[in-house]
Design a protein. Structure first.
Length: 624
């Protein structure tokens, strides 16, 4: 049966009462496939949530799920959602009337729904499950290839052998599913924040063009989409975060005007503070004045974050504009094979011994390739973990003198057999070369080298729909604006830099300190781009950041990692700068050979950059 989505005004009495008298409380129970099993039980037991939302999907996850479904048709979804999370809380969720939204469907959302229905039947729970479909655009690829679709950043042609291709859907189908009475909504690919925004559109009856509220709801979803990163996880001042084992998962208490409070269950560990929330707000975004989503183009430059009480932080001030006319599509494809192996080197000159060992493994295998008529490696990388190799020229002398180091040697090759030979030649180092070689943990495995191909697709070519029972609800996407423009509220134009040497104010009366003394920071990734959000510790320090932490200086400091331009954006509402570093991750998460393919350590590196600060602005150093 085909029909259009029910209007959002058709809400039950409970929803009307909440809309008039109280916030909607949403708990974020997962930041990725593999997050802790304690999250869902903790949030449900708190009695402080109306909805439970889960985010499981990354680009690599989608390719893994696509491969799993090729081997087993009933696979292709995040099994932890059913077998771990929902199994532990299903009866309580149903009994308390908590509704659930999850993108655990991966490339097989109907399979995920069937597995959950079987679990509910086994536990004697009646459950109305809705599936959001339409994100899978594999069937369009032959036509798109013929039309010459190009990768949105580098302009490459669409590869011939694509493993998965999924459009990032928005929140409207989730709202439609909840409007239709679903207790659990399972989606395939959608933007991470949509699982939260769909709830709020349903609860508050927000219209599709209520852009400021949609931006606020999207920000709420963005804050909780990475689990404990909103409650003290990955915080710069990690030693101020109590009770790591018992850390609380985030809850947002959302109001009809788009503002919200970030908190966590009472009695749990962790920390909710303005700085913690600010770090997460800037995580994995580009231009904070034009954060582009399917439902709304967000402007976060005027957002403010304030303390309401212990572990209660209020966020408000997001603004929105019409979204663009396209969905972003993330496709994955295989290009050759990859392998990484590790050895531990102990004793005097451990770093030098490790480097020579890695170079010897590559030289030996290259000679073997030549004898066998095999081509050379596609790419290789030798890293010495423990020697600050990722810091490049900024590594400290003390790290180079370490007496224990881990050699990590990685390679790609178009032929699997070549890397199987490479994998066999790592362990022989234990008796052939450097004294103190140990730590071989078996022969490393060879796997396909999975890469991402992102492109834009006209929303009119995608057909999102909700399926629940025998009912099918079509949810056509709004076309959006022709092209979202720059945010009108930008305090300053973006600053773009390339590497430049030198440090400002040589010889003045300022004190040189590492950036961490005046700022906190967090880094994230989007493909081969890394962003680093830098937040001043106090308002008086923001002018110092503006003056000294320029795009040029950041580009120069990270030049050993960043091959493209660095652009700086200002976020004055939270005393922050956001740096977008292009071609910074060795090809990105799936393609990179680096030990840190997602750029998690880039903010930590930048925090060691020297800045010169008037002494009166410095607080005493923390520590014993």
């Amino acid at each position: 049966m085909h029909q259009h989505a029910k209007p959002a005004e058709q809400m039950d009495n409970r929803q009307r009462a909440r809309r008039a008298h109280g916030p909607v409380r949403i708990g974020g129970a997962s930041g990725f496939w593999g997050d802790s099993a304690v999250a869902a039980p903790q949030l449900v037991a708190s009695g402080a949530i109306d909805y439970l939302v889960f985010d499981y999907l990354a680009e690599l996850t989608m390719s893994i799920l696509a491969g799993a479904r090729l081997k087993k048709p009933e696979a292709g979804f995040a099994t932890d959602f059913v077998d771990v999370a929902m199994k532990s809380v299903l009866r309580e969720v149903a009994g308390r009337g908590i509704r659930v939204v999850s993108n655990a469907g991966g490339v097989n959302p109907h399979g995920c729904a069937r597995a959950l229905a079987e679990l509910a039947a086994a536990q004697g729970v009646e459950l109305r499950i809705a599936v959001v479909e339409g994100d899978d655009v594999m069937a369009l690829l032959p036509q798109l290839r013929a039309q010459g679709v190009r990768e949105m950043h580098g302009g490459a042609a669409l590869p011939q052998k694509v493993l998965s291709a999924n459009a990032y859907l928005g929140a409207a189908p989730i709202r439609a599913a909840l409007d239709a009475g679903a207790q659990v909504v399972i989606t395939g690919r959608c933007v991470d924040s949509a699982v939260t925004l769909g709830v709020l559109m349903h609860e508050f009856g927000w219209a599709d063009d209520d852009y400021d509220r949609l931006a606020g709801g999207s920000l709420a979803g963005h804050i909780i989409e990475c689990g404990c990163q909103a409650t003290g996880g990955l915080h710069t001042d990690w030693d101020t975060v109590p009770d790591w084992p018992g850390i609380g998962y985030p809850i947002v208490e959302c109001e009809a005007d788009g503002s919200f409070v970030v908190t966590k269950p009472a009695g749990t560990g962790g920390k909710v503070s303005p700085m913690v929330v600010a770090e997460q707000m800037l995580y994995e975004i580009g231009d904070p004045g034009a954060y582009l989503l399917p439902d709304v183009s967000c402007d976060f430059t005027s957002v403010t974050i304030g303390v309401l009480g212990d572990d209660r932080v209020q966020v408000r001030g997001a603004r929105g504009r019409a979204p663009g006319p396209d969905f972003k599509v993330s496709a994955t494809y295989a290009e050759g094979f990859r392998c990484s192996g590790q050895l531990t080197i102990v004793g005097f000159d451990a770093v030098a011994k490790a480097r020579r060992t890695g170079e010897a493994i590559l030289a030996r295998t290259r000679s073997m390739f030549a004898r066998l008529g095999l081509p050379d490696y596609g790419a290789t990388l030798v890293e010495v973990l423990g020697a600050e190799s990722c810091y490049g020229p900024h590594a400290r002398d003390g790290a180079l003198a370490t007496r224990e180091a881990v050699l990590r040697v990685s390679a790609t090759h178009p032929v699997r057999e070549a890397l199987e030979l490479f994998a066999r030649e790592i362990a022989p180092a234990g008796t052939s070369w450097a004294p103190g070689t140990t730590g071989a943990a078996g022969r490393p495995s060879v796997s396909p080298s999975i890469r991402q191909f992102a492109f834009l697709l006209d929303k009119a070519r995608v057909a999102p729909a909700v399926v629940m029972g025998g009912q099918r609800i079509e949810v056509p996407a709004r076309p959006g604006a022709a092209a979202p423009g720059a945010a009108a509220s930008h305090a300053r134009a973006p600053q773009t830099g390339t590497p430049a040497a030198g440090s400002p104010h040589p010889g003045d009366e300022r004190i040189e300190v590492p950036l961490i003394r005046i700022a906190c920071a967090r880094s994230g990734d989007k493909g081969d781009t890394s962003n680093i959000g830098v937040i001043a510790r106090r308002a008086e320090l923001l002018p110092v950041l503006r003056e000294q932490v320029t795009a040029e200086r950041v580009a120069a400091f990270l030049a050993h990692l960043v091959q493209g331009p660095v652009t700086r954006y200002e976020v004055p509402g939270i005393l922050a700068l956001n740096f977008v570093c292009e071609r910074a991750l060795g090809g990105g998460g799936m393609a990179s050979l680096r030990n840190d393919p997602l750029g998690k350590g880039m903010a930590q590196m930048l925090l060691s950059m020297p800045v010169r600060v008037p002494p009166g602005l410095l607080e005493p150093e923390r520590g014993p």
